[in-house]
Design a protein around this ligand. Structure first.
Ligand code: MN
Length: 130
């Protein structure tokens, strides 16, 4: 089984790096550049997990998470906020908005995929093992 991940991120370099790292590990990746298109993608694709940038143009990540949580088919989908370390108090706000966890920016290529994997069920953790 291939697990699918939706990345909602406006920064092209971050989007590219996250996509590259995840595809390299065999995940199916889709991405969106802003909140509204991200929500539309999430409804259509019903990904196994959503990575959500908090600093987005227009609708910010908190509003996106709150909106996703009100959509029945996405109610259980893990949402991982990707937040800048500089944003103090951000973590609690992410969790309050409906995110399941957070990963700090800048993305660390060494640990990024394994950090995300902790939010999958156990069976998915085993997927990457040879
Ligand atoms: Mn951003």
């Amino acid at each position: 089984m291939t697990y699918s991940i939706l990345i909602i991120e406006d920064n092209e370099q971050n989007r590219y790096l996250a996509t590259f790292l995840l595809e390299q590990r065999g995940y199916k990746v889709a991405s969106a550049c802003d909140g509204l298109s991200g929500i539309a993608c999430a409804k259509e694709l019903r990904p196994d997990i959503i990575l959500l940038d908090i600093q987005l143009p227009g609708m910010d990540g908190y509003a996106v998470a709150q909106t996703l949580r009100r959509i029945d088919i996405l109610n259980d989908t893990p949402i991982i906020a990707v937040t800048s370390y500089a944003m103090v108090g951000d973590r609690e706000k992410c969790l309050d908005a409906g995110c399941n966890g957070y990963i700090e920016k800048p993305i660390n290529p060494e640990t990024f995929v394994s950090e995300i994997a902790t939010f999958f069920p156990t069976k998915i953790l085993n997927q990457g093992s040879p």
